[in-house]
Design a binder for this molecule. Structure first.
Ligand SMILES: [Zn+2]
Length: 419
């Protein structure tokens, strides 16, 4: 099974100075010098990258210039923009990023089929997904200025969105054929029940698609997804049709995906876990998650506010920050073995950031991370190069590296073992 990483412009400074917490370059040249995950690892931790036009809306010129050439930040090719080496086997899939207009009645004008197809073609995408509309149970509308209210979609509205996705898929493949475009078209399948997903699939196969992508799976349970896939598989029968799953990984059912005929998926969840969910930030090849140890920057406004309220001076806060980093590095280098002292130093500083200090909440998790030293056991390029810094929850250069480590582990040990 092939894995695509959704790109949210996750680049980092290759020569970041962790000791002094300094960038190696000026922010104004960040794009030129910063690198992507596929430039860090000898073997990239994904087969391709998914680029959603919505995310690049301000960078990709969707309205072609006089020569008909689209550009993304002055580059005429998406692979050049993503710094993918010409000899690399990495592929790029494009979609509209339907989540960006999920609350709208219909996709905005920018996502007109012809415009989108020409963008994929002009920027030389390998795959392009038809313009679809997601079918959630509830949408959010703004009323009276900024007040947000939740509105359930009616059955009729759900069906309208499904029909719109089907008719866009039809226009898309027709246009693709008429213009003899180079990218491989992927038909987006939307539905709101196993039956409707199966019906949409049947319609797209009739149109001639040999690659379909199934959407609006993110909010669904494992069981619901498996049920949909079973019905879709029946429709596909013995035909040679590839299936992509949008936005989900679900390591616990990856094996089933394979037997149900899934050939590719995308999700950034392992990357994002590095800095989102507390306690599950760093994964090992056995599938165990560890908490990253938070050492916030001393100029964090919340931290300063809390510190001043507690009677600490700014100088004292900076001293605590320096000490927290030092004890962690000393512990990693085995200059100190006193784990309690290390933990106390870290937690004394860490609690300045907690809104309500919740006792041993972090203590146990941090203790486990320190005891097990998972960063020492990982052979990936990042852990070997930066050691304990990878497990420190602090700024994008550490947090993104930890996220890249996570996708490397997912790709090498979870996806490849199970699929
Ligand atoms: Zn690693």
């Amino acid at each position: 099974m092939r894995y695509f990483l959704p790109d949210w412009e996750d680049r980092l400074d290759p020569n970041y100075n962790f000791e002094n917490d300094e960038f190696s370059r000026d922010k104004s040249i960040a794009y030129d010098t910063d690198i992507y995950a596929h430039q860090i690892f000898k073997k990239p931790p994904y087969d391709g990258i998914l680029v959603s036009l919505a995310i690049f809306k301000n960078k990709i010129n969707l309205n072609s210039d006089i020569n008909g050439q689209r550009q993304v930040r002055t580059y005429g090719s998406i692979k050049e923009y993503l710094k993918i080496h010409p000899k690399s086997k990495l592929e790029v899939m494009g979609d509209c990023g339907a989540f960006s207009y999920i609350n709208e009645e219909i996709p905005p004008d920018d996502y007109h089929t012809e415009k989108v197809a020409e963008t994929y073609q002009s920027l030389r995408f390998d795959y392009g997904v038809s313009v679809d509309h997601m079918i959630p149970d509830i949408i959010v509308k703004k009323v009276d200025g900024n007040k947000k209210i939740k509105i359930p979609l009616t059955d009729q509205q759900k069906e309208q969105r499904r029909q719109l996705s089907i008719s866009n898929a039809k226009d898309f493949i027709k246009y693709h054929r008429k213009k003899n475009l180079n990218f491989i078209p992927i038909g987006a399948v939307q539905g709101y029940s196993p039956e409707t997903y199966a019906d949409s699939t049947a319609r797209l196969i009739e149109m001639g698609y040999s690659y379909i992508g199934i959407g609006t799976l993110v909010p669904k349970s494992d069981d619901e997804i498996v049920e949909i896939l079973k019905r879709v598989k029946k429709v596909i029968a013995k035909k040679n049709i590839k299936i992509h799953l949008f936005g989900i990984l679900r390591p616990q059912i990856i094996k089933e995906f394979k037997s149900l005929g899934v050939s590719s998926l995308d999700s950034a969840s392992f990357l994002r876990k590095a800095w989102l969910r507390a306690g599950r930030n760093y994964i090992t090849k056995n599938g165990d998650w560890y908490a990253a140890i938070r050492v916030p920057y001393s100029d964090n406004p919340v931290l300063i506010k809390n510190a001043l309220k507690e009677g600490y001076s700014i100088d004292k806060v900076i001293e605590m920050e320096t000490k927290a980093l030092k004890v962690l590095r000393d512990y990693a280098d085995r200059k100190t073995k006193n784990i309690e002292e290390v933990l106390n130093t870290i937690l004394e500083y860490d609690k300045l950031l907690l809104r309500e200090y919740d006792g041993n909440h972090h203590y146990d998790k941090y203790r486990k991370t320190l005891m097990d030293r998972p960063w020492e056991k990982c052979n990936c390029e990042i852990c070997r190069k930066i050691g304990v810094e990878v497990i420190i929850f602090r700024g994008s250069n550490r947090n993104k590296r930890r996220g890249f480590h996570n996708i490397k582990i997912f790709y090498d040990f979870i996806l490849k073992n199970k699929s």
